[in-house]
Design a protein. Structure first.
Length: 262
């Protein structure tokens, strides 16, 4: 596995296609992305995906895309599925899940989607060696897939946009904090004026309270393959109701002030 590092300065955009191609070796079998991205919330453009598709066709690779958050795209942008890229039919593999799309956290019902019949036959052999997901989760997933209309996603998107705007605005008002506005999913990575995100996140949970509450964040170090990266970054998820999210931002602001003065 050869990871590519994206940076907050570049709004976590994909690297230039030449850099990706330079890392392709004789043992490379696939390129893998998450779009929209977890943890950054970045939405990759059609042009970026077509550039990756061109590499996969040139080098006979699979392009695997985690599109779990595809319904959560904002600001009038459109999500491009790799399944719709012309010429990539035998190379495209999509990973899906109902747990994020239908707010059914914990319901481990997913899907592997491809038009490549040989790959699907191989995947089914592996699947037959595994136990099935719980019956109730299967029934719930079918109900969600068959009976949830577009109005549901319109409402969810509108709510997430409102939450995102509240959070990014609050973060941007904090001294020394940088947070690109995410274009999709419900995550954001923020750079904080700290040097050890693992210690800060732990300190917030153990030692800081604002109006009787604190904030749990994910240190960004866990999302980087390169040791040392992410020590001044955290991942935040805007999955709270706006009133609670506003309280969380106040708590983070007071926590940063107290931590830096400790």
């Amino acid at each position: 596995v050869r990871p590519f590092t994206t940076t907050i300065e570049e709004r976590f955009a994909l690297p230039e296609v030449e850099a990706v191609e330079a890392a392709i070796g004789p043992k490379t079998r696939a390129l893998m992305i998450c779009n929209p991205n977890n943890p950054t919330g970045t939405l990759y453009s059609k042009a970026e995906l077509e550039a990756l598709a061109g590499l996969c066709l040139k080098h006979d690779l699979f392009l695997i895309a985690d599109e779990v958050y595809r319904e959560f795209v904002y600001d009038g942008q459109q999500h491009t599925s790799i399944l719709g890229i012309h010429g990539l039919e035998q190379h495209a593999v999509v990973v899906e899940s109902t747990s994020k799309m239908y707010s059914a956290c914990g319901a481990r019902i997913g899907a592997l989607i491809t038009k490549n019949q040989d790959l699907m036959a191989t995947a089914l052999k592996y699947a037959q060696a595994r136990l099935s997901p719980p019956t109730l989760e299967q029934m719930g997933a079918m109900a969600a897939l068959l009976h949830t209309g577009p109005d549901y996603f319109d409402q969810v998107r509108a709510e997430y946009v409102s939450r995102r705007n509240l959070m990014v605005q609050a973060l941007s008002a904090m001294p020394g904090v940088t947070c690109p506005r995410p274009g999709g999913a419900f995550y954001a990575v923020a750079r904080l004026p700290i040097t050890d995100s693992d210690d800060f996140c732990r300190w917030m949970l153990e030692h800081h309270r604002h109006e009787g509450a604190t904030v749990m964040m994910a240190p960004a170090t866990g999302f980087y393959a390169t040791p040392g990266l992410g020590r001044d970054e955290v991942r935040l998820a805007y999955v709270l109701e706006k009133a609670n999210l506003a309280m969380a931002m106040d708590c983070l602001a007071t926590g940063l002030a107290a931590y830096r003065g400790a």
